[in-house]
Design a protein around this ligand. Structure first.
Ligand SMILES: Nc1ncnc2c1ncn2[C@@H]1O[C@H](COP(=O)(O)OP(=O)(O)OP(=O)(O)O)[C@@H](O)[C@H]1O
Ligand SMILES: [Mg+2]
Length: 697
């Protein structure tokens, strides 16, 4: 589909200019000077020839077929050119021109019209408002970037032209090459999804790197990313991490979510590695583009200085990597030539007077140990060591190595040339141990993601008819929030366990209800206007007898009347008290890009203080549900601490999967909380004692 963008046999530059300061000149010059092998047609009604190429007044005058058109005319003229492309049979167009959606409503309008017309003409468009495209294999530089990147195995896409320029400049400095380089611009047609799929098919691309400001179609992106990540790693830095949306929420889930959580969740579920900073992005790119993936999480650290070794070990501890103790056979072999003061248990400290020879011998032994899946080599430029010689030894040994070798030559003046040697031979070299460990951790986690067994999904048969009935009656009443009894019916329709519950309109009814349910009971105000009952004194737990029921009924109804005089009081709920449960929260919130998102966390009334939650995009797989549960900080509490029985984690997983099903079955749900789901000890299930849903038409 995108072949003509990367490997066209002919390119036309519409709006080619004779003025060297114009973009129309720079793009034509880039195409010509970097040895593009196809035909090049400058289109300019006022010129006969530009940069030695015969110019044509318009596309129709060009004798041959045109595979790719690069448009650099003012915005108002772009539609005409696209029409000509349709007539000329050009199916791939890069619109460099700015002045569309990014300028506001008028520009958006123009861009929408353009998109409709191009689609109708069967033309694919990259841009508008972009820097262009580069493919180092076909030597096509259809961009106004400064210079041609080195050939390499990184495919890069970016939503920001400026980021493209920064990355190109960085790459020159680091001797890092690219296979393909795409500035997406406004993404009017071609988005990161099509580009990722094209890079998956490109034999020269080993790792895909991206800068993203927004992903328009989340599910589409996740599906494509999941497929591509099976064979090639995708590393994306997503800007705009602050979550503005949270403020307006009525549920705890809505208050705690935010679009950035959705991106993090979507990336996790589709295998995309999220770079948290530009440093990460570059650092990960270096490692993934040049080194094999590690077989596992265990890392060997070799250093000639204690301090950096400890820093690296600390960074390992904070990651998913293991600083596996060196096994006896290997340690014995090291002892044969290392001084007695050396440490051989990981980190392997070969001491400050280590020479290149000692480095080489140590690495040879470490590389032969299959228990060690990747190697980090640290070097401080002591007087004893020739850093360049060590670099050459590493280059030599790396040739036959089948595990990733990562280096950190600390300092600057004493190691600059050595670092250059390593980079020139595709051995990643970082300035700080933390960056190196972060890259190694990303590689190990990606390998784990890729080796996961196929995802399993559960399907629950909910009474959707019942739920639909409830929702349509609420919409008819111009309401959006379900009252507690309605929320309970939705959960009941999906077989959630619920506590016995009665609504009492009078004290007498409340006492009767309590005696029918059996003490102790819980009492709660029943009012569609009281959002968080506890905040208003609307919940009483552990009521033991009739006298307490009467007192509680009076207290909470009068407290609500006092504190929220306009609240409609439907009565008081008398509820079976669930003993001894761990309180967790489950929730739904709808993300603009990725759709329904499920939240899990430590629940109860302090949920917004603790903020110990995890998110995943629905539909949840069994694995995702498990991962969400294990991801929260207080997971050990659920497993049981200080002699406590473990909670029924199976029941939590089951509840998460059912809630995910509800979110998929009913797109009208915009927010929902089950808080708390009281989780009983292992094997005894879980009970949803409080729930709320907010829906829209
Ligand atoms: N049936 C029950 N059995 C045992 N404890 C209960 C029961 N119902 C409520 N509780 C306890 O009371 C607390 C508050 O009750 P509930 O969640 O219904 O009120 P809320 O203030 O509206 O909650 P939210 O913070 O979700 O708005 C729960 O977190 C739980 O500790
Ligand atoms: Mg609650």
């Amino acid at each position: 589909m995108l072949q003509h963008f990367f490997n066209p046999s002919s390119v036309a530059v519409v709006g080619a200019s004779q003025n060297p300061h114009k973009i129309g000149y720079e793009i034509l010059e880039n195409i010509i000077q970097y040895n593009f092998r196809g035909a090049v047609y400058p289109i300019n009604p006022k010129a006969d020839e530009i940069l030695g190429q015969k110019a044509y007044p318009d596309l129709m005058s060009v004798p041959g077929k045109i595979d790719l058109a690069v448009i650099v005319v003012p915005p108002a003229l772009v539609m005409d050119v696209v029409e000509q492309c349709g007539e000329k049979g050009v199916d791939s167009v890069i619109i460099i021109t700015a002045g569309f959606k990014e300028t506001g409503p008028k520009g958006s309008h123009l861009e929408e019209a353009l998109a409709v017309r191009a689609r109708a003409l069967g033309i694919h468009v990259v841009g508008p408002n972009c820097l262009g495209i580069i493919d180092t294999t076909s030597s096509l530089n259809a961009s106004f970037a400064e210079g041609m990147p080195l050939p390499g195995h990184i495919g890069f896409f970016s939503q920001s032209g400026a980021m493209c320029i920064a990355i190109l400049d960085w790459a020159f400095g680091q001797n890092i090459g690219f296979s393909r380089f795409v500035s997406l611009g406004n993404k009017m047609d071609i988005s990161e999804v099509e580009i990722m799929l094209s890079m998956e098919r490109d034999a020269n691309t080993r790792v895909i790197l991206g800068y993203s400001e927004s992903i328009d179609n989340g599910p589409h992106f996740m599906e494509a990313a999941r497929r591509v990540c099976q064979t090639k790693p995708i590393i994306i830095i997503k800007s705009g991490t602050t979550s503005a949306g949270a403020k307006a929420a009525s549920s705890h889930t809505g208050a705690l979510a935010g679009s950035d959580n959705a991106y993090t969740a979507a990336f996790k579920q589709s295998g995309v590695i999220r770079a948290k900073s530009m440093q990460d992005l570059f650092g990960y790119a270096m490692a993934f583009a040049t080194q094999p993936l590690p077989e596992g999480p265990s890392v060997a650290i070799v250093t000639n200085s204690g301090g950096p070794g400890i820093l690296a070990a600390d960074a390992c501890d904070r990651s998913s990597l293991h600083l596996t103790p060196i096994r006896k056979e290997t340690a014995d072999r090291l002892r044969e030539f290392l001084p007695p003061t050396a440490a051989v248990y990981n980190p392997v400290d070969i001491i400050g007077d280590a020479t290149e020879e000692r480095y080489e011998k140590t690495l040879e032994v470490i590389l032969q140990d299959d228990m060690l899946h990747s190697v980090l080599i640290l070097l401080a430029p002591t007087a004893a060591v020739d850093a360049e010689a060590v670099a050459y030894s590493i280059v030599k040994l790396a040739k036959n190595a089948d595990k990733p070798i990562i280096t950190v030559f600390m300092g600057e003046r004493g190691v600059r040339r050595a670092r250059r040697i390593l980079q020139d031979h595709s051995i990643p070299s970082y300035e700080y141990p933390e960056d190196a460990i972060s890259a190694m951790d990303a590689m190990a986690s990606y390998r784990r993601w890729r080796e996961k067994p196929p995802r399993q999904y559960r399907h629950f048969k909910g009474d959707t008819g019942k739920v639909r009935q409830i929702f349509s009656s609420i919409i008819k009443q111009h309401r959006h929030d379900l009252i507690e009894s309605e929320a309970r019916e939705v959960l009941r329709a999906y077989q959630f366990r619920l506590p016995e519950n009665r609504i009492a309109k009078t004290t007498k009814e409340a006492v009767l209800a309590a005696s029918e349910i059996g003490y102790p009971v819980v009492m709660k105000i029943a009012s569609p206007d009281v959002l968080h009952k506890s905040d208003m004194g609307g919940v009483r737990v552990g009521i033991e007898n009739d006298a307490q029921v009467e007192e509680a009924f009076f207290d909470m109804t009068s407290s609500i009347r006092l504190r929220q005089p306009d609240a409609r009081i439907l009565g008081v709920m008398v509820q079976e008290m669930i003993p001894q449960g761990k309180e967790v929260i489950l929730g739904i919130t709808r993300d603009m890009q990725f759709g329904p998102m499920i939240m899990f966390g430590l629940g109860g009334i302090y949920v917004e203080v603790l903020k110990d939650v995890s998110f995943r995009i629905a539909p949840l797989s069994v694995e995702s549900a498990d991962a969400m549960i294990r991801e929260i900080r207080s997971f050990p509490l659920l497993r049981g601490v200080r002699g406590e029985a473990p909670a029924d984690i199976e029941a939590i997983r089951d509840a998460l999967l059912r809630l995910s099903q509800i979110a998929i079955d009913f797109p009208e749900i915009i927010e929902a909380d089950i808080n708390p789901l009281l989780v009983c000890p292992e094997g005894q299930g879980a009970v949803a004692v409080d729930a709320r849903f907010t829906i829209h038409e």
